[in-house]
Design a protein around this ligand. Structure first.
Ligand code: CAA
Length: 295
């Protein structure tokens, strides 16, 4: 372990020079890869080709309440899967009873304004939204508060038929702090988002699908496998093209229509600089399966 860490530190220093932030991020990844264990999550590689990064929130007694430690481990797992060239897509899931019941209320109870403002509390959660590889949320049970918010940070949400989505922060005298007023409104529109945020009512999986929050609903014991199957399909494509698709769709949230269309067109043009675009079109003409090289 000590020699792996020393070796990694030397590589980081050579590759990254004096960039302390990046070096420390890489060292965190190396530490958790070396120990192979997380406290609050389980990670593994899934799929026939082991090209799907699988992250399961695993704090069942607290219904996967998102304590700091858990969210830091999720960030570390994403760091690890992002660096892994074999991984083409990631699945994030929880348990049958709860995907996640929100930020950890017991941990938040004694916090003061200066502390949460000064420490920019919840800022590190956005690691999930900035993941370069696609992430599919496979949601069973409660996805409440921060649980709903981290599902919405993912690129696709699949739900088990008993899943429930909601933003109950108002019952705690606070408001959603990780996207519940923003991503939810963009996903399901103002009236439905207002209703969930202002009343703490929950939305069923079926309604979430109808509203566009969720792309598909499956029986409870099938949702994870279905998410992995979709992840395997995504992982079979060129990783460069997949990253471009993800970036272009996400750009639509930030840009005007004309800016977005321009960004899309230029990104489309840039696929012509890749070997995978050539290979994809050649394989079509040759009537064979393309062999992408992520180049
Ligand atoms: N934080 C800390 N602990 C939590 C938790 C949370 N968000 N949600 C559940 N738990 C704990 C409970 O305290 C309980 O622990 P103990 O056994 O030690 O008492 C355990 O998980 C089981 O929970 P319940 O006994 O309450 O289970 P239930 O089946 O009766 O109810 C529930 C389930 C409806 C999900 C209920 O637990 C609940 O309402 N949880 C809180 C949901 C919530 O308000 N989430 C928003 C949090 S704030 C937030 O997320 C802000 C943000 O934007 C980031």
């Amino acid at each position: 372990m000590a020699s792996i860490a020393m070796f990694a530190r030397t590589i980081c220093k050579n590759a990254l020079g004096n960039n302390k932030t990046l070096t420390s991020r890489y060292m965190q990844v190396v530490r958790c890869m070396s120990s192979g264990k997380f406290e609050y999550i389980i990670t593994e590689k899934r799929g026939e080709k082991k090209n799907v990064g699988f992250v399961k929130l695993n704090r069942p007694k607290a219904l996967n309440a998102l304590c700091d430690g858990l969210m830091k481990e999720v960030s570390q797992a994403l760091d690890e899967f992002e660096l892994d060239k074999d991984i083409g897509c990631i699945v994030l899931t929880g348990g049958d009873r709860a995907f996640a019941a929100g930020a950890d209320i017991k941990e938040m109870l004694e916090r003061e304004y200066a502390q949460v403002y000064g420490g920019n509390f919840l800022n590190h959660w956005s690691r999930l939204a900035s993941c370069e590889k696609p992430v599919i949320a496979a949601v069973n049970g409660y996805a409440l508060g921060g649980g709903c918010e981290i599902a919405m940070m993912c690129d696709i949400i699949y739900a088990g038929e008993k899943a429930q989505f909601g933003q109950p922060e108002i019952t705690l005298g606070t408001i959603p702090g990780a996207g519940g007023t923003q991503r939810l409104t963009k996903a399901i529109g103002k009236s439905k988002a207002m209703e969930l945020v202002l009343t703490a009512n929950r939305m069923s999986a079926q309604e979430a699908e109808k509203s566009g929050l969720v792309s598909k609903v499956f029986p409870v014991d099938e949702v994870v496998n279905e998410a992995v199957k979709t992840a395997e399909k995504i992982a079979s494509f060129s990783k460069i093209t997949v990253a471009m698709c993800k970036e272009a769709v996400n750009a639509s949230y930030e840009m005007s229509l004309n800016e977005g269309l321009h960004f899309e067109k230029r990104t489309f043009h840039s696929t012509f600089a890749t070997n995978d675009r050539k290979e994809g079109m050649t394989a079509f003409i040759d009537k064979r399966t393309p062999e992408f090289t992520d180049s």
